[in-house]
Write a protein that binds this ligand. Structure first.
Ligand code: 4NP
Length: 165
């Protein structure tokens, strides 16, 4: 039988811009962890630098709010080398984000063995496992709704997997 990973003390959610998917995932994860009684530090970041210092995309804010997630105070930032040292688990919204994170982690030239574990955000999800959370930036309202649906499902799956530990 596979050993379940126990609750990490910190989780970083990562997408490309840190203005649509990962800030939404940050707040969903924070709320679900609180409901489950898990004490986890949660943050988000982007692999890209275009939106550093920006609030979440207005559409992401609106769709999140409609589902009870207030993300208007979050500010985009870019992932940095210290994130790989400071977080237990870094979750990528899509396969490209995961490949970019793996390359960044491989480039950190030190011998530390306490670096963050990397995984796809959907990894534990019985419904969406292995799928990307599709980038909604050039999409419409349905795409932003789909982002919320997938994020809620995949976040819940991680929380369930830790509760079972
Ligand atoms: P996110 O969406 O990665 O979910 O924050 C995007 C936001 C901005 C861009 C791409 C994706 N962009 O190309 O500026």
């Amino acid at each position: 039988m596979l050993m379940k990973t126990c609750t990490p003390s910190s989780v970083l959610l990562v997408c490309l811009g840190n203005i649509c998917r990962s800030p939404t995932a940050e707040e969903v994860f924070r709320q679900q962890a609180a409901i489950a009684g898990l004490s986890i530090k949660v943050d988000s970041a982007g692999t890209g630098d275009w939106h550093i210092g920006h609030k979440p995309d207005e559409r992401a804010q609106r769709h999140a709010k409609a589902h009870g997630y207030k993300i208007n105070k979050l500010i985009a930032r870019q992932i940095n080398n210290d994130d790989f040292r400071n977080f237990d688990l870094i979750l990528a919204m899509d396969a490209q984000n995961l490949a970019d994170l793996q390359a960044l982690k491989n480039n950190i030239a030190d011998t530390e063995n306490s670096m963050a574990k990397l995984a796809l955000f959907s990894e534990e999800d019985p419904t969406y496992g292995g799928d990307d959370v599709p980038d909604p930036y050039k999409g419409g309202a349905d795409d932003f709704e789909e982002v919320i649906e997938r994020i809620e499902s995949s976040a819940q799956a991680w929380i369930e997997s830790w509760k079972a530990c």
